[in-house]
Design a binder for this molecule. Sequence first.
Ligand code: UGA
Length: 444
Amino acid sequence: MNIAIIGSGYVGLVTGVCLAELGHKVICVDIDREKIAKLNKGQVSIYEPGLEELLKKFLKNKQLSFTTSIQEATQKSLAIFIAVGTPSKKNGEADLTYVENVAAKIARHMDGYRLIIEKSTVPAETGKRIERTVKFNLPKKFRKTNLREPAFDVASNPEFLREGSAIHDFMHPDRVVIGVESKRAEKMLREIYEPLKPKFVVTNINSAELIKHASNSFLATKISFINAVSQICNNIGADILKVAEGMGYDKRIGRSFLDAGIGYGGSCFPKDVDAFIRLSEHSGYDFALLKEVREVNQKQVTAFIQLIEDKMWIVKNKVVGVLGLAFKPNTDDMRNAPSLDIIRLLQHEGAKVKAYDPQAMAKARKLLKGVTFSRDVYQLAKGCDCLIVCTEWDLFKQINFRRVKQAMNQAMIFDGRNLFHDIDLAGMGFEYHGVGRGHKKIDS
Ligand code: UGA
């Protein structure tokens, strides 16, 4: 099928490349000329395993192309995915300006039937608004000749990709959610994804939109729940790793998303939880549970800083080495990364901060002031009074801790992701503190 993707950001680019892998002919659009020029040369501006290889492959066989023209993309395609950004407004609501603009532009260039699919995470009823926008903006000649039959359908097809494993997630979906109001739209969406032989969940547009909100918010709730339990573990001398393991064997609960730490970040959970709270308020329901999920997430960073202050005693003028900056491993994404708050709070207390991340340092440099960036873990460790793990990169498991200890001023590690829980750091002479490992009780 000839498919257009409007918005070549994270979701749009991954979707475009993967739809090409499924055999479709894809044209991706973005307003950013520089980005499009780079993508046309096979250069990716984000770090995502496997993405660049696929991009190059499909540029070469011409199954994938990039343009800044919505007109060209609309005229060449039967199905059009909208994957533009939906940033948060000050009040937490999703700002849908880009979605509206794109819908209007698609409509103005339509010369026959099109299926317009929302892929961006949007509040319920956005599908209806897109439909109205398209109707208002259809060319006059077209409206007159097609009075009886709608010239387009709108559908919702939320994505559930995780950064860092986006290609794998696209190619092996747990489910493909299709929100449609017509048989034709359903048939087309089934055809697009058929090569994956997925489990389809077919429903109306509002329900599809809600599935995405509810899924992300539920996952955020799971994380905040285990983080709240981790605080109790600290207080009573219990071990969160054992608690999560014991809970996780129950198939109704599952072990995933029960990793306690310094909280969730990224471009999705914080924004989507805020947007779901607002959406619920608009619908007449006060989603107090989700407000608490957000609170717990914020408190997790504060509690971690308190732990550092408590164990280090004086933070002022101490040299702190931050291991990992990205909001999670296998990405260079720094959006809402807990490391940002942690570094700023420590700097506020007078600490001197050094940092190392295998992928995210270029992006971090633009966001952080007064941080010394290191070329590797050993340069980072030099002269440090403590190391702080903010991202659980696999690479850090290979660290030569004896070398690290020699380089450090004071052998102390605060592990915000419990990454080194199975390494005998105490045996090597480190003072080691994880999250929710019962430290208060054990020390007293
Ligand atoms: C999330 C969802 O997992 C995807 O299904 C969804 O498509 C995506 O948002 C989106 O809406 O676009 P992502 O933000 O890439 O994906 O990252 P996750 O792997 O879900 O992790 C989110 C955050 O939670 C990270 O900061 C991670 O460190 C944290 N986390 C995750 C925990 O603190 N504990 C856990 O047990 C799991």
